[in-house]
Design a binder for this molecule. Structure first.
Ligand SMILES: Cc1cc2nc3c(=O)[nH]c(=O)nc-3n(C[C@H](O)[C@H](O)[C@H](O)COP(=O)(O)O)c2cc1C
Length: 191
């Protein structure tokens, strides 16, 4: 799979097969994040990999899924994530640029996971205070978001639309994700 193919095919996944994700794949995802671009190469990001059953249940209780299709978009029993990677940052390091580092590092993880047959949901809607306590994150660090992941148990589809931004479930229960057309977003030479 080429990088471009992975970029085009990757979709957010919220239903997971209940099979263990090998530690080597979790390490591979973090490794991809580790070498991602970082403003002034300050590298403020760190990663907490969670596989423990009870911790995963506790994280699940503190995240929100798929606002446009709630509550159907929330994984049911038998579909829940098999691991999480929480992304934290050192709050003393390069704060203005942290969001850029986060975007680059998380995308690297999502694409690495996709290439390996995994699916991810990048979750920002979470109770950060609860998660900080749960994951024993020190006062020096803040949590930004979590990546829920596992082997893909759904195949969401992209569709082109300049008018609709809301993903939805079609009558067959397939998640459809609208993306604006390239020609709408591309300006050649001048705006
Ligand atoms: C910064 C960011 C935060 C997100 N937070 C959530 C979230 O809290 N819960 C969720 O279910 N999906 C979340 N998503 C996933 C988006 O809903 C998803 O990327 C979007 O619907 C487009 O679908 P695609 O990833 O398949 O292209 C988030 C995505 C981004 C980039």
């Amino acid at each position: 799979m080429s990088i471009y193919e992975a970029i085009l095919k990757r979709r957010t996944v919220r239903k997971f097969k209940q099979v263990v994700v090998a530690d080597s794949l979790l390490e591979k995802m973090v490794n991809a994040a580790r070498v991602s671009p970082s403003a002034a190469n300050l590298q403020p990001l760190e990663y907490i990999v969670v596989r423990d059953k009870e911790l995963k249940e506790d994280i699940f209780k503190n995240v929100k899924w798929a606002a446009y299709i709630a509550p159907q978009g929330t994984p049911k029993e038998g579909e829940k994530p098999m691991a999480y990677i929480a992304v934290v940052f050192n709050s003393k390091v390069g704060s203005a640029f942290v969001p850029y580092d986060l975007g680059a590092a998380v995308m690297a993880m999502l694409l690495t996971a996709w290439e390996e047959g995994l699916g991810c949901c990048w979750i920002k809607a979470c109770d950060k205070i609860a998660l900080k306590k749960l994951l024993k994150i020190p006062a020096t660090h803040e949590i930004d978001s979590v990546i829920a992941l596992g082997c893909r148990a759904e195949t969401p589809e992209m569709e082109e639309s300049d008018t609709n931004i809301k993903y939805y479930l079609n009558p067959e229960g397939v998640l459809r994700v609208p993306k604006k057309r390239a020609q709408t977003l591309t300006h050649w030479e001048q705006f």
